[in-house]
Design a protein around this ligand. Sequence first.
Ligand code: HEM
Length: 419
Amino acid sequence: MSGAALLTTYAATVTFDRYEDIRAALFDPNLSRTFDKRSYHEGNIRDGIVSIAHGATHRARRRIENTQFRADVLRLYERELFPKVMNDLLDTLITSDRVDLFPIGELLSVVLAARRAGIEYDPSSLDQLRTLVRHVDAFSQGSAILDAKDPEAVRALVREAYAGFEREFVRPAWDRRATLIESIRKGDLAEQDLPQDILTILLLHRADANLELSDDGRVVREVATYLQGGTHTSAQTLVNALDLIFAQSDAQRLLARVAADTLFAQRVVQETLRLRPTTPKAKRRAEADTEVAGRRIPEDALVVLDLAKGNRDRDVFGPTADEFDPDRAVGANVPRWGLSFGAGAHQCPGRAVGGGFPIPASFDVDDDHVHGLVALEVQAVARRGVRPDPERAPERDLRTERFTRWLHYPVRFERIHRP
Ligand code: HEM
């Protein structure tokens, strides 16, 4: 077994940047995401969350949490809930022909992420949504702590965010769900009448020792993980999609296609994910000596998986791998988003929420197809005539080494809907 409770000096650093090698590493059970094995009180702000759990605990968590991403629920969100919420919010937020698209993307995404996480908030209160987005921003920096330039500052920020998040959003939701679960135990309510969300499922199964959820703080952090996982990534992908489109010589034609064709909008999003992964480099810790793609990896080595490079591997994506081409043909079994949702045990549970279902080579999809929320967002802004703002340059988020993240993305709109 591996020793160091907080691994900061490594036995070796091994980097993989080819698509197939990265996949092999992602499936190796000897590689974990657990760089910090300390408790929360000892300073591990990510203690106990699914993203860093390993082995049996991780499998137990994913088994119950994956139930919240069933295809019928995704379809319901995409067809009934999201379009109205999205268009109402866009009407409220786009009040001038010049706006910053990044915070709008965050507000759009946090609404549904909150619902899935199981948080109670007042949907008519923009202030509450903005508070949630502020918390998400803190959790997001926490999830990138390995790449943080000032990890101590991030720890302090995240601790404070958890406290406010628990008090204002999780506790009221928890109390209501605890009452409902009690009614089930008394036989007054059936399990299918419970809300469908991560908090409910965690509370319902909490007694299962394999989940390692007896500590209340772990439940709060797990809910925060799902809130964050679903918000920032989607908002960054929306902005990156437009940034890539604006850089093409036929940008206007592409925007018109996006506005007219949801499946094309989805291909734009999946191509964006490939070129601009929200996690450009994933990291793993060797829990024991192992070997990947013929390379020996000693215990306590840092393994760097360069997803951004793997996504441009010419052996997989062809000679035009560096280009933005939403119509590209990809081989069978190769996702159009490359490795941007990971693979193996930690593969993103929300991939169909953000990016939709895989698109067949024929581009023929049936009525059950899910396009993903970011495609609907890109399409909605294209329909409102989104254009670059020649007077204000976008601003990257330089707080981590993740080059695909933005802080501000000013755009202009040709059409403004008055609510
Ligand atoms: C465009 C959108 C998204 C992108 C690019 C994205 C990307 C990723 C990646 C790369 C990982 C794996 C990291 C690794 O293995 O090192 C991951 C894991 C995860 N994602 Fe996403 N994600 C997105 C949307 C979502 C959504 C919508 C949710 C929830 C509603 C979500 C929740 C999570 C969670 C909980 C994990 C940790 C899973 C585990 O460790 O077992 N993500 N995501």
